[in-house]
Design a protein around this ligand. Structure first.
Ligand SMILES: [Zn+2]
Ligand SMILES: [Zn+2]
Length: 335
C-alpha cells in the first residue's frame, strides 16, 4: 500500500489526507472516465457498510452473555421473566357464574352442587366473592357453612382447587388441551396466559396429565386391531447401566451368558423402547413397552425383532394376523 500522491506507505490514494488530495482524486477519476479505461471502478463492488465497523464486537458481547458469570445473570433474568405475574385473563362476574355452569355441564364439577359437608343439607344459590371466587352456603339456619364451589373438583389435588377462579380453571382446561397432539403446554406458558403463578399451574397440569394417562391406558388396554397392521418401535430414553449394577443384575447376567466368549464392557446401554402397532387407514393404535435388552456401550439400539414383538404379546391385540407388516413377521408363520 503506497499512496500514489504523497508516497506514504501507511495509506493509499483513496484515504490520502493531503490538502489537495480530494481534488486530485476527482480529477483522476474524470481523467480515467475520459480515457474510457475504467467505466466505473466501483461497479459490482460490495456496497459500503453503513455505520461504524463492528468487527468482533457482537462476538465479544455474546461471549459475555453466554459464558461465565454473564451466563448465570442471563439465565436468572430469563427465569425471573418467566416467573413474573402478568395480567392474563379478563374476568367478569357473569363470566365466573357461567364458567361454573359450563364446568358442571362438561363434567369437571358434579352436575348438581354437593350437599353441605357438615349437616348433609342442601346448599343455596351461588355467591360471588372477592377476587372472582364463587361460593355456596348451606341453607340450614343453624349450619350456614360456606365453601368454594371449586372444592367440588375432586379430580384436582386439594391444594389446587382453591387458588383459581372458575374462569381461570376453565381457561386452563381449554389452553392445556388446545395444543393436544402438537405441543405439551408448560406451566410457565400457561401461568402467563392465565395471569397466575407457576405452582398451581404445574399442579393442575400434573393432575390433567395423570387423568390423561389413566384414560390412555384404559383405551390402550381395550383397543383391538384388525386387517392391515403395521408395527414399529421407537427408543424413548437411554440409560447407562454398570456391569456391577444391582438393579439390572439379571439383564447383565443374561448378556454374559449369551456372550460367554466376550469380555463384559464396564457399562452397558439400556434403551427404553416402546413398540406400537397401528391399523392402516385408522387412528387406532396400541402401545406396549419393549422388553429390556442391554447392549455394550457404543453400539446402536437393538433393532425391533420378531422375538421382541412375540414376548410383548402385542399380537394378541390383533384380530386377523395374516398381514402384519414392518418387521417381516409374515415370514414366521403367524397364520
Ligand atoms: Zn498520500
Ligand atoms: Zn350445613
Amino acid at each position: 500500500m503506497v499512496c500514489s500522491l504523497c508516497g506514504s506507505k501507511k495509506h493509499n490514494l483513496r484515504t490520502c489526507t493531503l490538502p489537495g488530495a480530494a481534488q486530485h482524486r476527482s480529477m483522476h477519476r474524470e481523467l480515467l472516465k475520459l480515457k474510457g479505461a475504467v467505466p466505473n471502478a466501483q461497479a459490482g463492488r460490495k456496497p459500503r457498510r453503513l455505520g461504524a465497523p463492528t468487527t468482533g464486537r457482537f462476538q465479544a458481547q455474546r461471549s459475555l452473555r453466554y459464558s461465565g458469570s454473564g451466563r448465570a445473570k442471563l439465565r436468572k433474568a430469563v427465569a425471573n421473566k418467566k416467573r413474573a405475574k402478568t395480567v392474563g385473563l379478563t374476568q367478569t362476574s357473569d363470566g365466573q357464574l357461567q364458567a361454573v355452569k359450563d364446568l358442571r355441564r362438561d363434567g369437571f364439577l358434579p352436575a348438581k352442587p354437593l350437599k353441605c359437608m357438615t349437616c348433609r343439607g342442601p346448599v343455596g344459590q351461588m355467591q360471588l366473592r372477592a377476587k372472582g371466587h364463587v361460593w355456596v352456603r348451606c341453607i340450614d339456619t343453624d349450619c350456614r357453612v360456606a365453601r368454594n364451589v371449586l372444592s367440588e373438583a375432586s379430580w384436582l389435588p386439594d391444594v389446587s382447587r382453591q387458588p383459581w377462579t372458575p374462569m381461570q380453571l376453565q381457561a386452563a382446561l381449554r389452553l392445556s388441551t388446545a395444543g393436544f397432539g402438537k405441543q405439551a403446554s408448560t406451566p410457565y406458558a400457561l401461568a402467563r396466559s392465565l395471569g397466575t403463578t407457576y405452582k398451581p399451574t404445574s399442579r393442575f397440569l400434573e393432575a390433567v396429565r395423570s387423568l390423561e394417562a389413566a384414560a390412555s391406558e384404559k383405551l390402550n388396554a381395550r383397543t383391538m386391531l384388525d386387517k392391515a397392521v403395521e408395527v414399529d418401535g421407537t427408543c424413548l430414553r437411554t440409560l447407562r447401566v454398570s456391569r456391577w449394577s444391582k438393579t439390572y443384575a439379571n439383564s447383565v447376567q443374561e448378556w454374559q451368558a449369551k456372550h460367554a466368549h466376550q469380555a463384559s464392557p464396564d457399562y452397558f446401554l439400556l434403551h427404553l423402547r416402546a413398540l406400537g402397532a397401528t391399523q392402516r387407514g385408522t387412528q387406532k393404535c396400541v402401545f406396549v413397552p419393549a422388553p429390556l435388552r442391554l447392549v455394550p456401550a457404543g453400539s446402536v439400539p437393538p433393532p425391533e425383532s420378531c422375538e421382541d414383538v412375540l414376548c410383548t404379546r402385542l399380537l394378541k391385540r390383533i384380530r386377523s394376523q395374516d398381514r402384519v407388516e414392518g418387521l417381516g413377521l409374515r415370514n414366521i408363520g403367524l397364520q
